[in-house]
Design a protein. Structure first.
Length: 220
């Protein structure tokens, strides 16, 4: 999540619109009306031509009752008003039970929780000094090459979920499930769902065999 120059919360991963719209301007320098004019679908595939940057409010209504959302707070500048805007919008929309708010910024997560105690929060972890399992969040969202079974055990002992990102192959997805990850953040969601369902269908013995194959570097 980021904010436009006039304070509208929208979904955009990058700092600017160069990759998705061929426009090098930063999002926070544009009004929502200006952003809305940009085609952000054609770069991906011609069949998505005309797609616009969605607002968080629009995505909430689209997702409600269908899927849960992982709402990441992204900060690229000194403006810290994004946290409050998201926390208040989620309360207004009564959407707290259908989402988790995540960020690399622990202070922002603490602020969001203070503004809206009903929120579930998750710290995004790429590397860390110390025991991140002790932090006051509901989940740890961990980079795949940093995730260990020890970290999963510590997180689970303190009642935290473990999410892992960003997964591309069935082998790595199966490894993360075997280590105890609760949620997979994947570039291919259909593949992740299939791997998850296949793992759930295995017996205890079959899971041991699969785990052994993964240790040996073999495909699942």
């Amino acid at each position: 999540m980021q904010r436009t120059a006039d304070g509208v919360v929208v979904l955009l991963h990058d700092r600017d619109l160069k990759r998705v719209a061929g426009d090098s301007r930063r999002l926070d320098t544009l009004t929502h009306a200006e952003v809305r004019k940009l085609d952000v679908g054609s770069w991906f595939d011609p069949s998505f031509a005309g797609e616009r940057v969605p607002t968080l409010a629009e995505v909430i209504e689209l997702a409600r009752g269908r899927i849960k959302l992982n709402i990441e707070l992204k900060f690229f500048g000194p403006d810290r008003r994004l946290t409050g805007a998201v926390a208040r919008l989620l309360r207004k929309k009564d959407f707290e039970s259908e989402c988790i708010v995540t960020s690399f910024d622990y202070d922002a997560l603490q602020e969001a929780k203070q503004l809206n105690p009903r929120l579930r929060t998750g710290l995004i972890v790429a590397h860390a000094l110390g025991d991140v399992s002790r932090l006051e969040v509901g989940a740890l969202s961990v980079r795949a090459d940093f995730l260990s079974e020890g970290l999963v055990r510590r997180a689970h002992r303190t009642g935290k979920e473990v999410h892992v990102w960003t997964l591309g192959t069935a082998r790595v997805m199966a490894q993360m499930i075997q280590r105890g990850a609760d949620n997979l953040i994947a570039s291919n969601p259909e593949l992740a769902v299939r791997v998850r369902d296949e793992w759930a269908s295995l017996s205890g013995t079959e899971r041991l065999v699969l785990a052994s194959r993964l240790v040996l570097g073999l495909e699942p």
